[in-house]
Every structure is written in structure tokens, then in C-alpha cells.
Write a protein that binds this ligand. Structure first.
Ligand code: ATP
Length: 898
């Protein structure tokens, strides 16, 4: 080891200006070579340098989180109330209000912390990978295992996971916006640049955190972890996403408006009380405070956050990893899902079924291996023109790795008797054009006895027009292009994926091949037809989406006829051929909207078409989920309401632009995620519908009491107890509510619809009025019986809480009846919460410290019986309203839906 590398290893001393060194010098200083490090050396270096991890994003400290709980208008109001009660000498009230504010802040801090940890744990599931060359073999490893001296392979869409000095680069361009803010991708070369160059000009380097947009490259790792440029710019590190969503902001706004309204109503009521009934200012101040406290659902934001966070965890367990919290809400409202075909709707288990050669169609099966000169020529060509890797001899079966289609082609080559490794080493690759879904072919230049052979494979439309002749058993013959295209369509109509293979000798000296005036004058060897059947679960999921009023559109790079055939098998479309990218290009915006709405299979589309399709659908007010995997899919993923990236087959670029990542690349997971999104939203709505009647009943109770000149039936501190402790505990149980049966049988929710679905506002009012009558009635009866005020209030509060407990059972179902076994006992947490609250009420009523704090009195059994008898019928009231709505069909076809 050289002295310089020793210095580098210990991390001591200055880093050399890697960008100014020759690649060979960089390798030498890092004690590395082009074969890559060996396992033992990697382990040793990992020991010295530590894992390649960036410092975790800064997280808000617990104190900051605690402090943020006080940034709330309602809390200011409560603190003001505490000050005034203190000034008036109502010390117990002051203490209770302050205690409640503190308890609320502590609970909020803990809950938010939990929600943030949940999000962080989920993000941990997306740990980056790196493709390296080690021991002269390509390997995909966890990026944390990179060490200086490793050879990092850079491919389109990949995220660069350490700082590297490039040692080879072909058409390499990198998006460095994450590091330098420069949004245009930067071209990279291996030539040294002057040592004093700034980061943006170090064209011989690739930096951690940036994304490869095009081309290929190989770089030797010079810095890992916090020693990378990214690690140095700490302020660039993304903060943990704040836990806010449109819904939470909506609630926040609502809360503020409510608070203002309540303060004014409170003032007017107090004025009326003083003028009409001669109440004292102090009494009326307490009433106004009570009103403010009563009407605002204090616990709601916490409940929504927790429901969302729990939902994110459930989604992760179903293989859908949420990168951005608001997506959870949007998921439930999705109206169109645009999905890739290969691997998402289909199995991606590819097998070559047919070959079309000059002498006709060859149907392959186990006993019928490809034979004949043209078939062997084709097998040899695909063995060379392929990026699938073969593990060294002696390995096991299944030792071919790479793209499933290329694996199928290598299997074909093997069955035709080609020894792939031997053939590849006899014909090394000199140059190539990588596959790209824009031009739909790949090409390689291989040496063949002192000559050079160009091999091209790709979509027939991309390759056949570049051919002049066709290979026959005895040489070549003129090519009838139209006849080949006709035959290709026949094969495609059977749902087969097609690939044309062609070759030619290169006669000039240049090894470079370019797209523009590039491979033509080719000799067509033949067409390969590959079967990739739809996934069974995708067929079921498409049907489920259609029942749920969600349209599924297939967007693929495959042949229009193949795509339509697969589309038919999936139950998507009955047309003979899908709409092609060229068709889309010919349309104006209005035409595009029409086609986007009506058709479901889009074939031979490029990523730019995907973006246009999303925009056209959104212009029609659709809420669009769009899948993507390639680097060029990023704009469409960003534009979609829910961008869905593939976790296995996708590029880092796609993942970073998406809201959701599918761990299993499976369409059925998208359907499951939409289902889960609907459940989460439903549960939030259920919590809101559960909480609001209590608030409304309490507020009305106070207003009526003051206007009628009565004593307050409940005190502000008692109301705080109800809102902060009982209502929150009970409502939280709804976050665990299992889905209703019909959840995927109704159309998607309208995103602009109000928070409370149609018809359900009335339920809030009816239930609130029932609670009001029961509570006020018992309060007045107690007073009429000559009980003291504190005892009457204790009964009033207990009645109100019992109302809540019973109503919780009904609130578990928005529209379905809860009067059955699963409705009453289906959610164990609801039962537990009910029991917990009843125990809490007993303490509230009988425990001396609570009696002191809340001014409560012990109640007799007759009083309890009365409270139960009066409150229990709330179930009948709420269920009666549901039944009436069901009979009238309210909210089933509208309201919740479009
Ligand atoms: P989807 O967009 O649904 O994933 P896809 O995988 O068929 O569909 P692309 O990967 O863009 O879309 O492929 C389009 C066409 O390009 C294929 O139908 C095939 O003919 C050709 N093709 C795909 N992969 C390769 C490859 N590795 N080499 C050469 N040609 C390829």
C-alpha cells in the first residue's frame, strides 16, 4: 500500500484533488484496479472507513416538538382563561386548565414522535443499493457497504451513492441539482480538470446524492459517508418531512374559524346573560371560556395524525411504501390508475415461444429446441447482444441474472447449444448502445476474428426498417418488409412480446455507432416471440378497481397489438390494437383528452407521452395514479396525483420522484393501497363524525343554559376533561377500525367534496340534539329533585360521556348498520376504549382528588341507572338515521362518490 493511500485510509490529512488526477493515478493512490476489490480487502477497508452512511436527517428535538404544541390559537385561549381565573382567585380552575394544556402538549409530543418514527422506519425500507464491480464481477450491494477503492457502476436512473473519480464514461450525464442546484444534467468525462475547479465543473467526478440521467460510466470510490461532498454540506440534508397534509391544514383552518366564531358567540351570550338575567361578569366569563373549550374539537388533529401514521404502517405491511404522507389521503380518492404492463400487470417471467425466421415460423417447446443455421445465428447474436450476466462456470442453475427478457433470450441461446461464456469471451464487446425505451433497441459491436460485427436487437418497428436483407439457410435474400410486419402482427395478436434481431459486419475503422445515422443496412436474422402472461392477481385487482369506479389504463412500451391482447386478457379493452404514441402525437389537446378518457391501452409510448396523458386526464378532473420505473418517467411521476415507483425493477430516479414505492412491483399492491387509502380516510371521517356531536351538544348546552338563565350544567374544566380525555380516547379507537364491506364497491371520493360526506352533517346535528336533550333533562331533573348543583353537574357529565360511549358503536359504520355481531363487537379496541372510559368516569366521580379538581360528587345507583337509560337510545337515534338514509339511497351514489 502506498503512503498516500495509507493516509487516505486513516482519513487523516488532505484529500487529494481527485478530479485533477489521471484515472490511473487515482486508482493507484486508492490501491485499486479495474477488476475491483476482493471480499477480504472490502471487509478490511470497511473496518477502517466505517459504513457509507449519510448522517440521518435532522429530526426535531423533543423540546421543539413540545414547544410547537403550544402554537395553537385554542391553547392561547386556554392560557388566557388560566390567567383570568387566576386573577379571579379560582385557583383550582387555573390548575386544571394548566394541567390539561400540559397533558395535551405531552400527549401531542409523544404521538407526533411516534408518527415521525413510523415514517422514518418506513423510509428505512428504501435503503439505497449500489452496483459495483468486485472480484471482476458485477454485484448489487447495499450502498452502506461501499468503501474507497470500490468500482461503482453508473447506469441511467441510478443514484450515485458515494463520491467517485470516473475511470470510464460513455455519453454519461448526471443530474447534480441535489448538490449544486444546477438543474441541467452535466456531461461527464474521464479527463482531469484543473485542481481549483468548483464542484459544478469537476466533470471527471460523480458525487453522492446525484442521479445518472443518461449514458454509462465506471468510477472508483474516493469518499464515502460523511466524507463525501454531500456529507460536508450539512445544511443541504433534507429534514424529516413535517407531518402535515392537506386534510390537516384544512382542519387547522376550520379550527381557527371555529375559534373566532365561538369567541364572538361567547361574548354575545355572556352579554345576554348579564343583561337579561343579571349574571355576574365572572360567571359569564367562565361560561364564555366553557363555550370556547366546548365547541372546539381539540383532540382532532392528533387523531388524524395518528390515523395517517397507522395507515402508513399498514400500507408498508402490504408492500406499498409511502414516501410522502399526503399521498395516503389522495390514494383513497384515485379515479384513474395508469400502470406499466411488464412486470406490474404481467408476471415478468418470460419464455421464448416462437421464432420467425426466413424459412417460416418455429414453435418452441421442451422437445423442440431451436435448430437450423438461422436459428443458431440468432441464438449466437442474442448471446452477445445482451446485458444479462452469466456467473462463472461451476455455479448453479439459474445463474443468469439481469432483465427477465434477456434471461429468456440467454436460455434460448443455451437450448440452441451455444456455450455463452465461451462464445462471449471469444467475441468480446468493443462498443454498444444501451437499450433505451425511447429508441427501443440496443446494439453491440463485437470482435469476430479480426473483424467487427454489429448486432442490433429491439422492437420490430425499430429494427426491421433498418434492415436491407434477411438471413437464410444459404446466405441472404432480399427483405419483404411489409410481409414481415404482417407476420409480426399475427404473433403480437396472441399477446406475444416481439423482438427483432439483426446484424452486419462493420467495414470502417470507427467503432463508434450513433443513433442518428446509425445502425442500418442490417441483415435481419429473425423475430423472437416471448410470452409474459398477466398475473392472476392483477386480473382480480383490475376487476376490483373497476367495481370501485376506478379506471385502469395500461401504458406500455410494447407493441400495440401485443398490448391490446394482454389488455383483453386483463379485462381492460376489447380493441384490436392499443393507441400508439404516434397516434397521440397526431392529436391536439382536446382530442388527447377524449382519447385519454375513452381508451385503456396505450402502446409504444415514451415517457413524454406518459406526462401528456397524465395532464390530459387531470384536465378532466381525474385523480391520477401513475406507475413508472425509468429515469425518464420522473416528470410523469411528479405530475401524477400519486406517483408510484417500482421498488425492485425501478430506478432510483423514479423512486425519488414518487409518492409511493411498490416493494413487489405488483399491480395488485396498487389496488390494495387504494383500498387502504379509502379505509384511512373513512376512519378519519368516522372520528370527525364521532367527535363533532359531543362538541356541538356541549356548546348548545352552555348557550341554552345562559340564555335561559340557568346555572351552567357543566363547568369549563369538566368540558376539558370530556374533550381531551374521553373523546380523544374513544375516537382514537376508530383509527383501528377494519374496513366496511362495501368500501371498494362505491365510487371514489371527490377531492373537492366537503370533509363531512353528504347527508352525514344531519347525523351530527340529530345526535347532538339528542345528547343535549338527555343531558340537560337529567341536569334539570336533579336540580328539581333538590340535589346540589355539583351533583347535578356530575350526573350531566356522566350522561354525556355515556352518550359518547354508546354512540361510538354506531360511529364505527358510516352507512352500514352497526346492530349486528361484527358491528358491536368487531373492533376489540373500541370495546377496550369503552371500558377504559367507564373506569375513568368512575374515578372522575368517586376518587377524592378528582372530586376536588373537577368539583364532582359521588352518585347513587339510581342516578347511574337513569344516565344509562337516557343515553343508550342514542344508538337507536343514529342507527335510525342510517336506516332512513339507506332507504333513500343518500350518499351511496353521490356524496362520497363522483
Ligand atoms: P412497460 O412500459 O409496460 O414496462 P415494456 O417493458 O414492454 O413495457 P419497454 O421496456 O420500453 O417497454 O420495451 C419496449 C420494447 O422494446 C419491447 O417491446 C421490446 O421489443 C424492446 N425491448 C425491451 N427490452 C429490450 C432489450 N433489453 N433489448 C432490446 N430490446 C428491448
Amino acid at each position: 500500500m502506498t503512503a498516500a493511500s495509507e493516509k487516505q485510509e486513516t482519513g487523516a490529512g488532505e484529500q487529494p484533488a481527485w478530479h485533477a488526477l489521471d484515472p490511473e493515478e487515482a486508482l493507484r493512490r486508492l490501491d485499486a484496479d479495474l477488476e475491483g476489490l476482493g471480499a477480504a480487502e472490502v471487509a478490511r477497508r470497511l473496518e477502517v472507513h466505517g459504513p457509507n452512511l449519510q448522517r440521518p436527517p435532522r429530526r426535531r428535538g423533543r423540546l421543539a416538538r413540545f414547544a410547537s404544541q403550544f402554537r395553537n390559537l385554542l391553547i392561547y385561549l386556554l392560557l388566557a382563561a388560566a390567567l383570568v381565573t387566576a386573577a379571579l382567585g379560582h385557583w383550582i380552575d387555573t390548575a386544571v386548565i394548566v394541567a390539561v394544556v400540559l397533558v395535551n402538549a405531552v400527549i401531542g409530543t409523544i404521538q407526533e414522535g411516534k408518527a415521525e418514527s413510523a415514517m422514518e422506519a418506513i423510509r428505512g425500507l428504501l435503503s439505497p443499493e449500489a452496483t459495483v464491480r468486485r472480484d471482476d464481477r458485477r454485484q448489487t450491494i447495499d450502498a452502506a457497504g461501499l468503501v474507497p477503492g470500490d468500482l461503482l457502476i453508473l447506469e441511467p436512473g441510478a443514484k450515485v451513492t458515494a463520491d467517485v473519480r470516473l475511470v470510464s464514461a460513455r455519453g454519461l450525464a448526471i443530474d447534480e441539482s441535489a448538490l449544486t442546484g444546477e438543474s441541467v444534467p452535466v456531461s461527464k468525462t474521464i479527463d482531469p480538470v484543473p485542481a481549483q475547479c468548483g464542484l459544478g465543473d469537476r466533470h471527471s467526478m460523480a458525487f453522492a446524492g446525484t442521479l445518472v440521467t443518461t449514458g454509462e460510466g465506471l468510477g472508483v470510490v474516493v469518499a464515502t459517508g460523511e466524507r463525501t461532498e454531500l456529507g460536508q454540506v450539512t445544511e443541504m440534508l433534507a429534514e424529516v418531512e413535517t407531518l402535515t397534509t392537506p386534510l390537516l391544514r384544512h382542519l387547522d383552518r376550520l379550527g381557527r374559524q371555529l375559534a373566532l366564531m365561538i369567541v364572538s358567540t361567547g361574548a354575545l351570550t355572556a352579554l345576554a346573560g348579564i343583561l337579561l338575567h343579571g349574571f355576574s361578569i365572572v360567571e359569564m366569563f367562565m361560561a364564555a371560556v366553557g363555550l370556547a373549550v366546548a365547541a372546539i374539537p381539540e383532540g382532532l388533529p392528533a387523531i388524524v395524525t395518528i390515523t395517517l401514521a397507522l395507515g402508513v404502517q399498514r400500507l408498508a405491511s402490504r408492500n406499498a411504501i409511502v414516501r410522502r404522507l399526503p399521498a395516503v389521503e389522495t390514494l383513497g380518492a384515485v379515479t384513474v390508475i395508469c400502470s406499466d404492463k411488464t412486470g406490474t400487470l404481467t408476471r415478468n417471467e418470460m419464455t421464448v415461444q416462437e421464432l420467425l425466421l426466413a424459412d417460416g415460423l418455429h414453435v418452441l417447446h421442451e422437445e423442440a429446441a431451436p435448430s437450423g443455421e438461422a436459428a443458431v445465428a440468432l441464438a449466437r447474436a442474442v448471446a452477445l447482444c445482451s446485458d444479462a450476466a452469466v456467473e462463472p462456470a461451476g455455479g448453479e442453475r439459474g445463474r443468469i441474472s439481469g432483465d427477465p427478457m434477456e434471461i429468456a433470450l440467454l436460455a434460448l441461446a443455451e437450448s440452441a447449444g451455444v456455450d455463452i461464456e465461451a462464445y462471449r469471451s471469444a467475441h468480446p464487446r468493443l462498443d454498444g448502445i444501451p437499450f433505451d425505451s425511447g429508441h427501443r433497441y440496443m446494439a453491440t459491436v463485437n470482435s469476430d476474428d479480426k473483424r467487427r460485427r454489429l448486432i442490433v436487437k429491439g422492437a420490430p418497428e425499430a429494427v426491421v426498417p433498418r434492415c436491407e436483407r434477411v438471413l437464410t439457410g444459404s446466405g441472404t435474400a432480399a427483405l419483404d418488409e411489409a410481409a414481415w410486419h404482417r407476420q409480426a402482427e399475427h404473433m403480437a395478436a396472441r399477446g406475444l412480446r416481439l423482438l427483432a434481431v439483426a446484424e452486419r459486419w462493420l467495414d470502417d475503422d470507427s467503432t463508434a455507432i450513433h443513433h442518428g445515422h446509425g445502425p442500418d443496412g442490417l441483415v435481419l436474422i429473425g423475430l423472437v416471440a416471448i410470452i409474459d402472461p398477466p398475473r392472476d392477481e392483477a386480473i382480480a385487482a383490475v376487476a376490483a378497481c373497476q367495481r370501485a369506479g376506478i379506471e385502469v389504463k395500461m401504458i406500455t412500451g410494447d407493441h400495440a397489438v401485443t398490448a391490446a391482447a394482454i389488455g383483453r386478457q386483463l379485462g381492460l379493452e376489447s380493441d384490436e390494437r392499443g393507441v400508439t404514441g404516434d397516434d397521440l402525437d397526431a392529436l391536439d389537446d382536446a382530442g388527447l383528452r377524449e382519447v385519454a378518457r375513452q381508451r385503456s391501452v396505450f402502446a409504444r409510448v415514451s415517457p413524454a407521452h406518459k406526462l401528456r396523458l397524465v395532464e390530459a386526464l387531470q384536465a378532466d378532473d381525474e385523480v391520477v395514479a401513475m406507475t413508472g420505473d425509468g429515469v425518464n418517467d420522473a416528470p410523469a411521476l411528479k405530475r401524477a396525483d400519486v406517483g408510484v415507483a417500482m421498488g425492485r425493477g425501478g430506478t432510483d430516479a423514479a423512486r425519488e420522484s414518487a409518492e409511493i414505492v411498490l416493494a413487489d412491483d405488483n399491480f395488485a399492491t396498487i389496488e390494495a393501497a387504494v383500498h387502504e387509502g379509502r379505509v384511512i380516510y373513512d376512519n378519519i371521517v368516522k372520528s370527525i363524525l364521532f367527535i363533532l356531536p359531543t362538541n356541538a351538544a356541549q356548546a348548545l348546552l352552555l348557550v341554552i343554559a345562559v340564555l335561559a338563565g340557568l346555572m351552567l350544567p357543566v363547568t369549563p374544566v369538566q368540558i376539558l376533561w370530556v374533550n381531551m380525555i374521553t373523546a380523544v380516547t374513544l375516537a382514537l379507537a376508530l383509527a383501528f377500525e377494519p374496513p366496511e364491506d362495501a368500501i371498494m364497491a362505491r365510487p371514489p371520493r371527490r377531492t373537492n367534496a366537503s370533509l363531512i360526506p353528504e347527508g352525514l352533517g344531519w347525523r351530527v346535528i340529530i345526535v347532538a340534539v339528542a345528547m343535549l336533550i338527555g343531558t340537560l333533562g337529567l341536569f334539570l331533573r336533579e336540580l328539581a329533585d333538590g340535589r346540589d348543583l355539583a351533583e347535578a353537574r356530575t350526573l350531566a357529565i356522566n350522561t354525556l360521556v355515556l352518550f359518547e360511549v354508546w354512540y361510538l358503536f354506531s360511529a364505527r359504520r358510516l352507512r352500514e348498520s352497526a346492530l349486528n355481531r361484527s358491528g358491536l363487537f368487531g373492533n376489540r379496541i373500541v370495546l377496550l376504549a369503552g371500558v377504559a372510559i367507564i373506569v375513568a368516569q368512575l374515578l372522575f366521580t368517586y376518587a377524592p382528588p378528582m372530586q376536588l379538581l373537577f368539583d364532582t360528587r359521588a352518585l347513587g345507583s339510581a342516578e347511574w341507572l337513569m344516565a344509562v337509560l337516557v343515553s343508550l337510545p342514542i344508538i337507536a337515534v343514529a342507527e335510525g338515521h342510517k336506516a332512513w338514509q339507506r332507504r333513500r339511497g343518500v350518499g351511496l351514489s353521490s356524496g362520497m362518490g363522483r
